[in-house]
Design a protein. Structure first.
Length: 279
């Protein structure tokens, strides 16, 4: 890990300048984990407008170490979730090889020398792998967390398991009441909503925002009872079930279903339409 006393932090940019002041914020949290200070570090310095920074990658090993050493569940989950969020927006390739970073890492960290880039890569990669133990030692308590926190746990774990698009999707549509996709064929936006007035679960694809245009025509989404044949949806089913996210589980057949596009009428996959719109 890049030492907290290294002057190289001043070469690592963040959303508001260089990262020279970040080691002091990390040190303060190591001494006392204050939620307000943690939020300042996470959401003001390391993550901004769906973007992470060089200083983010270098900070992660210290955050993971704090999570592993913390005694209370909330601190552990707080760090687990934020690191998972970082990984969701990570655009640098992470391979199985923990020893040699790809060319993209060297191009990204242009102000560090070769050995330092290798160290940053290895430390980030290995730290993300160690996060599994945070959940493993709290497995029996995880399902007891607030419903609003479960979706963030799901998103973080999806990112750490390699399902970055789904991780972003659940961060963007955390309430699970509506989604926005794009037709894979005509590229027009689709507004994916459930019918709130129906006694039966029914999801629909609208060509325009139904809030702004209540008379908009729609197409009913045809759920796929065999959606678990899709590897990512099978994983989502298993993990959502472990978190007792019953409402989200009922959505999966629709998210894995099909619909006739309300714009071009082509028969399309909801999964493809939804993930196509995830940047």
């Amino acid at each position: 890990m890049l030492s907290l006393t290294s002057t190289k932090w001043e070469l690592l940019h963040g959303p508001y300048g260089n990262g020279g002041h970040i080691p002091s914020l990390i040190t303060s949290l190591q001494q006392h984990y204050d939620q307000e200070q943690a939020n300042e570090l996470y959401y003001e310095e390391l993550y901004h407008q769906n973007t992470i920074y060089p200083s983010t990658y270098v900070s992660v090993p210290y955050l993971v170490q704090m999570a592993l050493e913390a005694s209370d569940l909330q601190t552990q989950l707080d760090i687990y979730i934020v690191c998972g969020m970082f990984e969701a927006w990570n655009e640098l390739p992470i391979g199985e090889d923990t020893h040699e970073p790809s060319k993209e890492w060297y191009d990204y960290f242009t102000d560090l020398d070769t050995e330092e880039v290798v160290d940053v890569y290895r430390s980030y990669q290995q730290s993300m792998q160690r996060l599994d133990s945070v959940l493993n030692k709290n497995r029996t308590q995880i399902h007891q967390v607030e419903e609003s926190e479960k979706i963030h746990l799901l998103s973080a774990t999806a990112a750490l398991q390699g399902y970055r698009h789904w991780a972003k999707c659940f961060l963007m549509y955390s309430d699970g009441e509506e989604y926005i996709g794009a037709c894979p064929n005509c590229d027009q936006d689709l507004y994916i909503w459930t019918d709130q007035n129906s006694e039966l679960t029914e999801w629909r694809a609208y060509p325009t925002d139904p809030v702004m245009n209540i008379e908009a025509n729609y197409q009913k989404i045809r759920p796929d009872a065999e959606y678990q044949n899709q590897e990512d949806l099978k994983w989502l089913y298993t993990y959502m079930t472990s978190l007792q996210m019953t409402y989200r589980v009922t959505q999966l057949a629709y998210l894995g279903g099909k619909v006739n596009c309300p714009h071009c009428s082509d028969d399309i996959s909801i999964r493809e339409a939804l993930l196509k719109n995830i940047f």
